[in-house]
Design a protein around this ligand. Structure first.
Ligand SMILES: Nc1ncnc2c1ncn2[C@@H]1O[C@H](COP(=O)(O)OP(=O)(O)O)[C@@H](O)[C@H]1O
Ligand SMILES: [Mg+2]
Length: 356
């Protein structure tokens, strides 16, 4: 990076993922499935980066690759300046004090036969010999901090609600005082009101502890509340990335606009209008990767070039990076508000009715 070009000092990234590719092997001579391809991602200390895309786009795979739980075929993962791409068991164990995870379903990740206190104490013990008195103290402190009383330590996972269990999962991640927490759809299975409480908690904890988050979600509206930057993923590749505020104000990629259109809105009329213009979810068969833009078959703006060559991520006016051959054509003139850009119409009659 040219320091003359970037005079204000950027903090060194805490996490740096470069050209990541992950392949799952189907076995028996079948070709491996590339779930993630050529993904770059950085997270600064204290930053929250949202990783957004519909189901199957490779979000969890990226999270798992960072945690050493998915087979990296190409590229590298650096954490705190160290290359951890091929970190072995011991190095991973050491890393886990700095690098933690909260999954969508806390029930499956909490042992049903252990009290919450036992689970939290065990997590702490893995990271070194800590005197019993201090273990108890830290368990109590973290339970209070996530909004559960210290008496929660004596109870079992089944005795808590979904939202409370997610607070426990957050307590377990934070008790070791990590630097980065991968949050893989941590509120997706919770009621809306509970979602807001848990998102609030995550934000407070970030402020208190100076944490970084990789926040995975399939819904841009959830991410909006929490993220400084967002990365939009489609079929394993990055379509757009940039400051959250810039992307919400002027989404550059047709897919980002589609995601914004599909986010739930409180007004049922507006919701109905949006639904009618939404991109069809299943327009692309899952099969082989073509050489063109992964989104081309679903994109109403696609031209021949889009099917022929894959667009590179390029920085556009406004500072975001967008991988779209049509960006310049579609963004001449004054910036369009995203509501005014119709996404590929599926049910033409519905839309005509709504317009008429
Ligand atoms: N362990 C696995 N073995 C084989 N294929 C997998 C495995 N995990 C995920 N996949 C495939 O990789 C793709 C991306 O999955 P995933 O990362 O879970 O997406 P997301 O989290 O965005 O829903 C999907 O096509 C999924 O079926
Ligand atoms: Mg997932």
């Amino acid at each position: 990076m040219n320091s003359a070009e970037f005079p204000d000092l950027q903090p060194a990234p805490l996490l740096e993922v470069q050209q990541l590719a992950v392949e799952y092997h189907a076995g028996h001579g079948r070709a491996p499935m590339r779930a993630v391809d050529g993904v770059d991602l950085t997270i600064a200390p204290g930053e929250t980066v949202g990783l957004v895309g519909e189901s199957g786009s490779g979000k969890s795979t990226i999270g798992r690759a960072i945690l050493g739980l998915a087979p990296i075929a190409e590229g590298s993962v650096r954490f705190g300046g160290l290359d951890i791409t091929d970190a072995g068991y011991r190095e991973r164990a050491r890393l886990s004090a700095d690098l933690q995870v909260v999954f969508q379903d806390p029930f499956s990740s909490l042992s049903p036969t252990r009290t919450i206190g036992q689970t939290l104490a065990e997590t702490l013990r893995v990271h070194g010999r800590i005197p019993k008195a201090e273990v108890d103290e830290r368990v109590e402190a973290i339970l209070r901090r996530v909004g559960l009383g210290p008496e929660a330590a004596r109870r079992y996972p089944a005795q808590f609600s979904g939202g409370q269990r997610q607070r426990i999962a957050i307590a377990r991640a934070l008790i070791v005082r990590p630097k980065l927490v991968v949050c893989d759809e941590p509120v997706s299975s919770l009621d809306l009101s509970v979602q807001a409480q848990v998102l609030n908690l995550l934000r407070e904890l970030q402020r208190d502890f100076g944490l970084s988050y990789l926040f995975i979600a399939h819904d841009l509206s959830v991410v909006r509340y929490l993220c400084h930057r967002v990365v939009i993923l489609y079929r394993g590749t990055v379509m757009e990335q940039g400051d959250a505020s810039a992307i919400y104000a002027a989404p550059g990629h047709p897919y980002t606009r589609a995601l914004l259109e599909s986010a739930p809105v409180p007004d049922p009329q507006a919701q109905r209008r949006r639904r009618a213009t939404q991109v069809r979810q299943d327009a692309v068969s899952g099969g082989g990767r073509s050489s063109g833009c992964p989104f081309a078959a679903r994109c109403r703006h696609a031209v021949e070039e889009c099917f022929r060559s894959r667009p590179a991520l390029e920085t556009v006016a406004g500072g975001s990076a967008v991988a779209c051959h049509r960006w310049a054509d579609l963004n001449q003139g004054p910036a369009e508000r995203h509501e005014e850009v119709p996404i590929q119409t599926v049910r033409v009659t519905d839309e005509a009715t709504l317009r008429g």
